[in-house]
Design a protein around this ligand. Structure first.
Ligand SMILES: [Zn+2]
Length: 270
């Protein structure tokens, strides 16, 4: 790795350059994108929670996912039930202290572990929050409304902060898909009572970086080697709705996967 190590003050200065101070935002972070950070993920969490009024992070968990029950096979659900591995035969039940899945990143997991953090109770698509109204954002997360905490942040004029991540990790675009009229996919998850329950989840996000030129008012800077971007959730949702109205395949991933194609057709049909 080259270049000087990134410090807490460097991150604070970068957050101020993109206008993060006193805003409420969801953060998507790649720790390794910075180069070396003095103090690691804790330093990033310290910085975003000092600057932000409220900070959310996606803390999704995949291990509570169960295979589809043989008698419950909705169509257009982003799944080839005979071939796709939708979950485990013996899944791990969701509990609030279950670590976030590795792809969510060490910063999200570090935020979740803070004593002051609260976490929603969706078994596959939970969010953690710190700061003003944190409890309200994560309260009573409806298992059929996977982006509900984000909808609440959106209603409060929230922002998206990308720390070295691509829009492929931007869950707010899933919220935009729902504003465009798409139904979230149906999956099954094991919860603490031992039962397998139907839940809804977002789809494939591998094509989301294609939305970048359409999101108005994006502020951008660099901290260490990381590209830092901030934009309003309203701008991201509006861009998603507009692009999908122009071309329903606008955000399909390069693999043209089944989830992307089914989402373009509106999502599951019952
Ligand atoms: Zn895809």
């Amino acid at each position: 790795m080259t270049g000087p190590a990134v410090t807490f003050d460097d991150i604070i200065a970068g957050l101020d350059r993109v206008g993060a101070r006193n805003r409420r935002f969801i953060v998507h972070a790649s720790l390794s994108s910075f180069g070396r950070v003095v103090g690691g993920a804790d330093t990033v969490v310290d910085a975003v929670t000092q600057v932000g009024q409220a900070v959310l992070a996606a803390t999704f968990t995949f291990c509570p996912a169960a295979v589809a029950p043989p008698d419950d096979r909705p169509k257009r659900n982003g799944a080839d039930y005979d071939r796709d591995r939708l979950g485990d035969e013996d899944p791990t039940p969701f509990t609030p202290d279950l670590p976030a899945a590795r792809p969510m990143g060490i910063v999200a997991e570090t935020l979740r572990r803070r004593p002051e953090a609260v976490r929603s109770r969706h078994p596959l698509s939970s969010f953690a929050a710190i700061g003003r109204d944190a409890d309200r954002y994560v309260a009573a997360h409806d298992w059929n409304a996977p982006m509900q905490p984000l909808q609440r942040l959106y209603d409060d004029g929230g922002y998206v902060l990308m720390l070295g991540t691509l829009l492929t990790s931007c869950t707010t675009i899933h919220l935009g898909e729902q504003h465009a009229g798409r139904c979230p996919f149906i999956r099954w998850a094991k919860v603490a009572d031992g039962g397998i329950h139907r839940v809804r989840v977002g789809g494939c996000s591998d094509g989301f970086e294609r939305l970048a030129p359409w999101i108005e008012g994006t502020a951008q800077t660099h901290v260490g080697r990381a590209r830092v971007r901030m934009f309003s959730m309203a701008a991201a949702v509006e861009a998603t709705v507009r692009r999908l109205a122009e071309d329903r395949h606008a955000l399909v991933c390069p693999r043209r996967c089944r989830r992307c194609m089914d989402a373009a057709d509106g999502g599951p049909q019952e």
